[in-house]
Design a binder for this molecule. Structure first.
Ligand SMILES: *Cc1c(COP(=O)(O)O)cnc(C)c1O
Length: 351
């Protein structure tokens, strides 16, 4: 939430997240034109078309339209694990820290957090060491959950394949929290289905860089997706005329994947330009897709940061290390606004 001094309607360049994107006129038209039914009866043609398209895109048997990425991840964890079993997950991955621990609260599934390496991935040895023996004292390890991208960093194909090999070797299911998977796919020029070939389930957000207003898709084999469908109903995620949302998502998959390259190009430019400013540093090697982490020198006082930038039309989440996210509602002029505003801020507030 903005501080009370920020006039939200004066913001023209919002760098807080790629979730802030608004449906384009063409997307709104697709929503208006959508054929709809009742998706709880399974007869919403637009939802069915989206699910078929998503399954095909990621090379899986089936897909389920979900109201959010959080519900998609939770349904996946609950579809793979029974009560009292556990899921191995990176300690600062979304499932472990940003989803109100629904796995434990609603699924009775424990998350066993693993250290995350500098590249944003998990190491094979820590995974093997964390797997519990068949012992009455221990929860049984059922699932390995990875994330791609992680803080905008691509987890490359070789890593995806190595995680699939470990999971297979250890008898674990593999889930990929691919909220921003298409950013990784576009940045690497990979075939999306090949990229997630070894995953038993993948959750993909439609409402981030892809620009749809609502929703995620969960893809996987037919049996897992069927189980996830019951769980989605239990969680209150069975929607009726969801075709208006699915139509936006189909539009996003048709028109907003290739253009992610633009977001990546702008993030790279932003990183280089901010790194050249006095008082701010960016590790440009970590900028793979649409996220830039920009750190203020310790001497700079940040109390006025949010309002200072908002007065110049720019929104950020104020922090010593800013997470800046590029997306389809930000053009080259927005990058200029942010760089100019930060140059003025560091000039005025240097300690
Ligand atoms: C945003 C995000 C989610 C959850 O998506 P919501 O739709 O906001 O619930 C899950 N995982 C990652 C990595 C995300 O960035």
């Amino acid at each position: 939430m903005y501080s009370s001094q920020v006039k939200a309607n004066a913001i023209t360049a919002d760098f807080r997240s790629d979730t802030v994107t608004r449906p384009t006129p063409a997307m709104r038209q697709a929503m208006l034109d959508a054929e709809v039914g009742d998706d709880v009866y399974g007869d919403d043609p637009s939802v069915n078309a989206l699910q078929q398209k998503a399954a095909q895109l990621l090379g899986k048997e089936a897909a389920l339209f979900m109201p959010s990425g959080t519900q998609s991840n939770l349904a996946a964890v609950m579809a793979h694990c029974n009560r009292g079993e556990e899921c191995l997950v990176g300690q600062d991955y979304h499932i472990n820290v940003w989803e109100a621990m629904g796995t434990a609260v609603l699924g009775s599934v424990a998350c066993h957090p693993l250290p995350v390496n500098d590249a944003g991935g998990l190491d094979e040895k820590t995974i093997r060491d964390a797997i519990k023996p068949d012992d009455w004292h221990k929860p049984q390890t059922r699932l390995l959950s990875i994330e791609n991208t992680k803080d905008g960093m691509v987890q490359p194909l070789a890593y995806m394949d190595s995680m699939a090999a470990v999971a297979r070797d250890c008898g674990l299911k593999l889930h990929c929290d691919g909220a921003r998977l298409m950013n990784a796919v576009v940045a690497t020029g990979s075939d999306p289905a090949r990229f997630v070939e070894g995953c038993d389930s993948v959750s993909l957000c439609l409402s981030k860089g892809l620009g749809a207003p609502v929703g995620s898709v969960l893809v996987g084999d037919a049996e897992t997706i069927n189980r996830a469908g019951r769980i989605r109903k239990m969680l209150g995620g069975g929607l009726r005329q969801a075709g208006v949302l699915a139509a936006a998502a189909i539009h996003a998959l048709d028109h907003h994947i290739d253009r992610l390259d633009e977001d990546h190009r702008r993030a790279a430019t932003l990183a280089t330009r901010l790194n050249a400013l006095n008082g701010i540093s960016v590790d440009t090697a970590r900028v793979h897709t649409n996220m830039v982490f920009a750190r203020f020198d310790d001497g700079i006082a940040l109390d006025d940061l949010e309002v200072f930038l908002a007065d110049r039309g720019v929104a950020i989440n104020p922090d010593r290390e800013l997470r800046l996210v590029t997306h389809l509602d930000l053009d080259d002029a927005a990058i200029d606004s942010l760089v100019d505003a930060l140059a003025a801020f560091t000039g005025a507030y240097a300690g």
